[in-house]
Design a binder for this molecule. Structure first.
Ligand code: GLN
Length: 483
């Protein structure tokens, strides 16, 4: 039963081949048995899962239908869940129980999903390897000496290891797409504003966006359908109708114009991953697409600009964790300053502290113009590059990452080495565009992903292209040996 995709689960439940309760029990047992090797969950929620599964079975018995009714999922541990720990993988929030559910959690629960647990992640979503978790690193089920990517590494590892058919993630600079690429999954970062951020613990508010991680584009469509939509509680949520993503999955690709940015194929890219992009382009050509070269001239400035803007916003967002109102508080502070300093010094991990310092520096008087304003100007140039490119092509294809998953610890000594791995993903966040990563091959037994980017609100187009691709390739259906 654990081999089933979300779409197959929907069919099995509709056909009464098994109940949601049976499925939840099977997967909970599998998590108990196998997650010791991966550490993909911070909290497993058997009681909640079985209660939700029984409720879903009753709703179905009463005649209700729905693709997600009774479907098991996991939530990244930065979505607030009422009555269940929400730690953000930080010591700061190790005991935090949110008093409410995130909108995404509410919407998925209303659709009938069953929450098996809260997935491990990089602390406050800062990282690309899931090694920055207070609860320990996550391992990649394809090769347990390697990282699963980050920051949604727990979500990705759990789905890739068939512990759960799908999971939520969040993506500020690649944290859905990059772990999807490293673990052979399909992951979608929606347009900024498509999915409510309410109840998502903020990292960098102008970049953060929640989305699905699953084994196919078809499954991502099911999850996004329930996650997307206007939310008056999020002032940056956009009031646009949500199209039927499953209905457009099979649309023909004849005449689709695909752009390959020439700046993507530089020295930083492992040539084997470049070959995977060309091979994917060839498959899409066979399906009727036209492929041409385009240019994104300001791409080279993206990483430095992102690593000013994201820490700047983080330094502001994380100022709320002060040891006073909620979260970790140090033992016996001598005065208020000592309380702030030690609570934050002891509660936050190294990478989070580094980002707070960088961000505070970039926002301080005298440096604001030199760093923060400059970075915002670069952000606009990057957006302009995309707007110009989308006059020539419908979607942009490229690698998701410059390299396959690295070994645990390989980049720990040099944080900027990990920052460079975000080269292909961060621009979508800076411009607010939707992006999808899909499986496109293997090197040295490790999965390789390719990324598609589209104009605002064209998530349906991305899912459509990925689905058509997945009907003529089988990369996405391969499972890691031993899982
Ligand atoms: N790796 C990037 C960072 O560390 C992106 C993380 C994310 O998307 N949450 O900021």
């Amino acid at each position: 039963m654990h081999e089933l995709t979300l779409a197959q689960v929907a069919k099995g439940l509709a056909d009464k081949a098994f109940s949601s309760e049976e499925l939840a029990q099977t997967l909970l047992a599998r998590i108990a048995q196998r997650d010791g090797e991966l550490n993909s969950f911070i909290t497993v929620t058997p009681e909640l899962a079985l209660a939700q599964a029984r409720a879903a079975d009753q709703r179905r018995a009463a005649g209700e239908t729905g693709a997600l009714l009774g479907a098991p999922i996991a939530h990244k541990d930065l979505f607030c869940t009422e009555g269940v720990l929400t730690t953000c993988a930080s010591r700061m929030l190790a005991n935090f129980q949110a008093p409410y559910n995130a909108t995404v959690v509410e919407k998925l629960a209303a659709a009938g999903t069953v929450t098996l647990g809260k997935a491990n992640m990089d602390e406050f979503a800062m990282g690309s390897a899931n090694e920055n978790s207070h609860f320990g690193p996550v391992r990649n089920p394809w090769h347990t000496e390697h990282v699963p990517g980050g920051s949604s590494g727990g979500s990705a590892a759990a789905v890739a290891a068939r512990l759960v058919p799908a999971a939520t993630g969040t993506d500020t600079g690649g944290s859905i797409r990059q772990p999807a690429a490293f673990t052979n999954l399909t992951g979608l970062k929606p347009t900024y504003g498509r999915v409510s951020r309410w109840g998502m613990i903020a990292y960098a508010s102008s970049l953060d966006q929640g989305g699905p991680l699953a084994r196919s584009a078809e499954d991502c469509a099911l999850l996004l359908q329930a996650m997307a939509g206007f939310d008056p509680k999020d002032s940056t949520s956009i009031d646009e109708p949500v199209p039927d993503y499953s209905a457009s999955l099979n649309a023909p690709l004849e005449g689709l114009r695909i752009g390959l940015p020439k700046e993507y194929f530089g020295a930083g890219l492992d040539p084997r991953l470049g070959d995977a992009v060309q091979a994917a382009a060839d498959e899409l050509r066979k399906l009727g697409a036209q492929v041409r070269e385009i240019s994104l001239p300001n791409l080279g400035h993206a990483i430095p600009a992102y690593y000013v803007i994201a820490p700047a916003e983080a330094s502001s967002n994380l100022s709320r964790f002060d040891g006073v109102r909620f979260g970790y508080r140090c033992e016996s502070p001598v005065d208020l300053t000592d309380l702030y300093k030690r609570s934050r010094g002891e509660g936050f991990g190294t990478e989070v502290q580094r980002r707070i310092m960088v961000g505070t520096y970039a926002l301080s008087a005298g440096y604001y113009d030199a760093y923060y304003i400059k970075a915002q100007q670069i952000r606009r140039l990057i957006k302009n590059d995309f707007m110009a490119a989308f006059k020539e092509v419908d979607v942009i294809l490229g690698p998701t990452t410059p390299n396959p998953a690295w070994k645990l610890g390989a980049k720990n000594a040099d944080p900027t080495a990990a920052y460079l791995e975000d080269f292909y993903t961060i621009t979508a966040n800076m411009a607010g565009l939707p992006g999808l990563s899909m499986p496109a091959g293997f090197v040295d037994g490790l999965p390789v992903g390719v990324q598609l980017l589209a104009p605002y609100f064209q998530e349906g187009r991305l899912l459509n292209i990925a689905h058509r691709y997945q009907q003529v390739t089988d990369w996405h259906s391969r499972s890691p040996e031993g899982f």
